[in-house]
Design a protein around this ligand. Structure first.
Ligand SMILES: Cc1cc2nc3c(=O)[nH]c(=O)nc-3n(C[C@H](O)[C@H](O)[C@H](O)COP(=O)(O)OP(=O)(O)OC[C@H]3O[C@@H](n4cnc5c(N)ncnc54)[C@H](O)[C@@H]3O)c2cc1C
Length: 674
């Protein structure tokens, strides 16, 4: 286990307070639990030098009046602090660290639980149940899109795949010029990005590709396409990836939020509250509002909801233990699904833009199965330090030191180009030159995962800059079983029995289209989204490129996720079909509503920042146009989709917003004292 991680874990052990009670000795909710919980939490707060007290009747009445609480349920504890950060993920953790370091007393509120590395499940079903939103997939209302989002201390950073892209230049330009947020294009954001990448240990060399990523790179290169090493925040020595980053990194080598920003925040006296659900931001009218903001923050109402029982959305057993965090600043960082829900529960409307403009980077997977004559790659037989040098960011070279993203325009393939490419003959190219090791094995679960990417079909630096990236997804058997088409028990059994010789290629689209987040009857988020026609066309284009490159690598069977007898094509032996005919069918069929499962792991834009109060929820400094003291620090604030994986952008945005808010706050204190 990495020493950095062990040090961070030591800090967190003293700073994470579970509202469920001490580990191994949970509070007894059925018999006098409220009193017991109040005593336990008051003592925990006192031990850390915080002020907390039971809510007296008078105070209860005031809190209930302020929040117009129709349920009239009592609030049990009042805690005073300077700022509450609701959500402990990519954005929340960074905001907490910056604010705590600036001397503020910070409470981090996380609805789920903390699992130290040594207690991580390392088991797919348990991992999904305890570390993911809705214990697996949160789906859109119609079931058309399956959304993966982390729900654990550290949010998505704890369970994500470690890709760490600096915000592409064309996105920064767009956010500045089209959305009126000038600082994204200047050195204010540069500084934030660099500080984030430094703390996260982002690197694009020093690791070796996993065998499946080598299949991907070679497959694309066989097609004459760009592929390169993914920038990552994992410090594992070459060949030592744990393969479990989707359920927390058991070796502690991935620099997730708990091991970096949250530990830093706690070193500066922040406290993380877990199994603590942010119910509502409490506001009151301002005495003398000047300009836009007629209301101001007075605190955040939080409920204990047992995790993971609360994921189903029912809100957990009654009566919930409630804490009022009294403060004049709240940072909303519940992620792009949770933040609009929190704002809507709090009566923040953002001129009708709260919950609108949701972006998902809709994704597809294509797959290829290899036969015994496929000569497998050894983990690490190709490394990121080889001839493929990548620097993330639009102006940097992306492949082989020869090709920059700018240079890619002549090679950008349109659907017509891809359709016109003669499909390579699998027979003649199926043996690759790497050393054999276990005939036919692709090695999906060995070596460094998610370590290669391609922007061949993306339109970075061109036209409207939309279009998909491609990579090799991290997939474990349970999720793959759920996604593979089921046309018959025999077909599904065969596909699953051949997983160790299957390569999966992921396609994720920078979406032009958008969806929305609304509240259901329980006050929980519900999501509406389906990719628009142009986005579906782009995804199909990349799927075809992926399928062709799998043919070029010698796959003996290729397919998509579409629920249809036509979803796969046998290329050799019994049942072999004409591959060009099959690809024409895939192009024609495209991504079909409720027949092709669309996936998402990147939610963004549902409470966007912008320069125009009529078109955005938060101003360019990240403060609400409506409520003074309400800030945003997560992916919901993105003015549009990033195209590249969003974690570093969310962190840099949070860094920028929190740094400005801390400066403004100390300036106000200074002026007051003068
Ligand atoms: C499987 C997977 C793989 C990914 N891989 C990558 C990758 O390789 N690179 C990359 O850049 N991005 C990746 N992402 C996306 C990335 O992790 C997210 O974009 C990022 O974490 C979002 O940051 P955030 O701050 O907006 O929200 P999150 O990190 O999701 O944090 C939000 C937190 O708020 C909590 N919360 C929600 N509602 C409440 C409430 N009412 N009260 C209290 N707490 C609440 C949630 O439990 C969660 O912990 C991946 C995501 C997934 C799911």
């Amino acid at each position: 286990m990495s020493n950095d991680y062990l040090r961070a874990e030591g800090v967190l052990e003293g700073s994470v307070v579970s509202l469920a009670g001490p580990a191994g000795d949970p509070l007894d909710w059925d018999g006098g639990g409220t009193f017991q919980a109040t005593m336990y939490l008051s003592e925990e707060m006192l031990r850390r030098g915080w002020k907390a007290r039971g809510a007296f009747d008078e105070e209860k009445a005031w809190i209930m009046a302020a929040e117009k609480d129709k349920s009239r349920r009592p609030c049990h504890l009042v805690v005073d602090c300077d700022v509450v950060v609701a959500g402990s993920g990519a954005g929340g953790s960074v905001a907490a660290s910056v604010l705590a370091e600036a001397g503020m007393r910070v409470a981090v509120i996380e609805k789920s639980s903390w699992q130290p590395a040594r207690t991580l499940p390392r088991e797919e079903a348990h991992g999904f149940r305890t570390m993911y939103e809705r214990s697996g997939f949160l789906t859109t209302d119609d079931g058309g899109v399956g959304i993966l989002a982390g729900a654990t201390l550290g949010g998505g950073t704890t369970i994500n795949w470690g890709a760490s892209w600096r915000t592409p230049e064309h996105i920064r330009k767009e956010w500045s010029e089209t959305y009126g947020c000038a600082d994204f294009a200047n050195d204010v954001f540069d500084t934030a990005v660099e500080q984030v990448c430094e703390r996260m240990g982002v690197r694009d060399s020093g690791f070796s590709f996993g065998p499946a990523d080598q299949v991907f790179m070679d497959a694309l290169e066989r097609m004459g396409c760009q592929a390169g090493p993914m920038p990552r925040n994992c410090q594992a020595p070459a060949g030592e990836c744990s393969q479990f980053c989707a359920f927390g990194c058991p070796s502690g080598h991935k620099r997730d939020a708990p091991s970096t920003w949250l530990a830093d925040a706690c070193r500066h006296r922040a406290v993380c509250f877990t199994e603590a659900f942010a119910v509502r931001i409490v506001t009151r009218p301002r005495v003398s509002p000047s300009g836009q903001r007629a209301r101001e923050v007075v605190g955040l109402l939080v409920e204990h909801r047992p995790w993971p029982a609360a994921v189903a959305g029912s809100g957990g057993p009654e009566p919930a233990f409630r804490i009022f965090f009294r403060c004049d600043k709240v940072f909303a960082a519940n992620g792009a699904i949770g933040t609009p829900a929190l704002l809507l529960r709090s009566g923040v409307e953002g001129n009708g833009h709260v919950g609108k403009h949701l972006k998902l980077h809709p994704a597809q997977v294509v797959w290829g199965q290899f036969g015994d004559d496929f000569r497998s790659y050894r983990a690490g037989s190709r490394s990121s330090d080889g001839d493929n040098v990548v620097k993330s960011g639009m102006d940097a070279p992306v492949s082989a030191g020869l090709l920059s993203v700018k240079d890619m325009s002549p090679r950008y393939a349109t659907l017509r180009d891809i359709e016109d490419l003669a499909c390579p003959n699998g027979q003649s190219v199926r043996s690759n030159s790497a050393a054999p090791e276990g005939a036919g094995r692709v090695g999906m679960w060995s070596g460094t995962m998610f370590s290669a990417f391609s922007v061949e079909v993306a339109q970075w630096g061109r036209e409207d800059n939309h279009g998909p990236m491609m990579a090799v997804p991290v997939g474990h058997p349970g999720i793959i079983a759920a996604l593979l088409p089921w046309t018959s028990p025999a077909q599904h059994r065969l596909a699953m029995s051949r997983l160790d010789r299957t390569a999966l290629f992921l396609v994720y689209q920078r979406d032009r289209g958008e969806g929305s987040v609304t509240l259901d009857d329980n006050g929980q988020p519900s999501v509406q989204y389906w990719p628009c026609l142009e986005d579906r066309r782009d995804m199909t284009r990349a799927m075809i490129l992926g399928l062709k490159s799998l043919v070029a690598s010698g796959a003996e069977r290729i397919g998509t996720l579409t629920q249809s007898n036509e979803s796969e094509c046998v290329l050799r032996g019994d049942g072999a079909r004409d591959v060009n005919q099959y690809l024409a069918n895939v192009a024609r069929f495209g991504v079909q509503y409720l027949r092709t499962p669309v996936l998402s792991a990147h939610q963004m834009g549902s409470a966007r920042m912008g320069g125009d109060p009529a078109q955005s929820v938060f101003d360019p400094n990240g403060e609400s146009w409506e409520v003074k003291g309400l800030f945003v620090s997560d992916t919901s604030a993105f003015p549009s989709a990033t195209g590249a994986n969003p974690m570093v952008t969310a962190m840099a945005l949070a860094h920028m917003v929190a740094t400005k808010a801390a400066k403004e706050s100390s300036l106000q204190k200074f002026t007051k004292n003068c």
